[in-house]
Design a protein. Structure first.
Length: 310
């Protein structure tokens, strides 16, 4: 789909729609969020396993796809066939998307740009070409640089995690050699993102990360992020206590959306006590919004939620 012009788009709210495995819940595999600029530009962040491929009716038009790193639960090594299959704790993600990935399948069907940093763009260019798409739709933006697409400014920021490509995404002898050796291919370090929307809202997407100095020096001091999407899953990423420190002491945004909790955090759309998500909410000093699948939240330029938040 063609990118929307930014002309005249200085007002209005940014819409954020979680695309999880179970309608109205925040479940264990949920990663994907769709951001819609006031001018209509739509950005899919970390499609992962809970988007039912390019024909998922919840997707609509997608102009840009962001992938923080190459782990299967973010790029999408498998996916759901439909929503509400399996349980919130263990959704049915049995549809394989190897070797191309859920993100690439969506990009080809939607004719969307994939915007990544590090050494990921060359990988996605090859995947797009192999899947019948346009390799030029894989676009690079490095840390400290900026790329504007459809009126939204996009940059990558450092994340502390790993970023190996599983042999399942590869073909030929190399894939078999890596599999036998028990290692993956490297495409450089993982990233987070900072998005500046046409209404002035600045959003930090943490990807999978631990605590970093850049969260204060870059995300807060330079970009002035007002809304944060923060991973809280523990063991593999920052835990709820560490994530609360990032929010309260390093970034100090106006609001935060919990992400990557690795748990069935809600039941009947209500946050369950004793979960990592509830602990995070209790520790954070600003409003914490729980991303209930399919429930669109709207944010003004100051990150005030004007509609759809719990």
């Amino acid at each position: 789909m063609g990118l929307v012009s930014s002309a005249g788009a200085a007002e209005g709210n940014v819409k954020v729609t979680p695309l999880g495995s179970h309608d109205g819940e925040f479940c264990s595999r949920d990663r994907a969020l769709v951001f819609e600029d006031p001018n209509g530009t739509r950005i899919l962040y970390d499609a992962g396993r809970t988007v039912a491929g390019p024909d998922d009716p919840r997707l609509g038009n997608i102009n840009v796809i962001l992938v923080s790193h190459m782990h299967g639960d973010h790029v999408g090594d498998q996916r759901i066939a439909k929503t509400n299959a399996g349980t919130c704790a263990s959704p049915d993600t049995s549809v394989s998307t190897l070797p191309q990935s859920n993100s690439v399948d969506i990009a080809v069907k939607k004719q969307a740009k994939i915007v990544t940093g590090s050494e990921m763009p060359a990988f996605f260019a090859a995947k797009l070409k192999a899947a019948g798409g346009d390799a030029a739709n894989s676009m690079l933006v490095r840390f400290g640089a900026e790329r504007e697409l459809g009126g939204v400014a996009i940059t990558t920021v450092p994340a502390v995690h790993s970023n190996g490509v599983s042999p399942g995404f590869l073909t030929g002898p190399l894939a078999e050699h890596l599999k036998q050796a028990g290692v993956g291919a490297s495409v450089g370090p993982p990233t987070g993102y900072v998005l500046t929307f046409s209404n002035g809202l600045v959003v930090y997407l943490s990807g999978d990360t631990g605590i970093t100095a850049e969260q204060e020096l870059v995300v807060k001091d330079h970009y002035g992020a007002q809304l944060v999407v923060m991973n809280i899953g523990d063991t593999y990423t920052t835990g709820p206590k560490e994530a609360a420190y990032v929010i309260n002491d390093l970034i100090e945004p106006k609001a935060v959306i919990a992400s990557h909790a690795n748990e069935p955090a809600t039941a009947g759309g209500e946050l369950k006590q004793g979960t990592r998500t509830s602990l995070f909410r209790d520790l954070v000093k600003v409003p914490v919004h729980v991303p209930l699948s399919g429930q669109t939240m709207s944010f003004d330029s100051d990150a005030n939620c004007t509609e759809g938040c719990d």
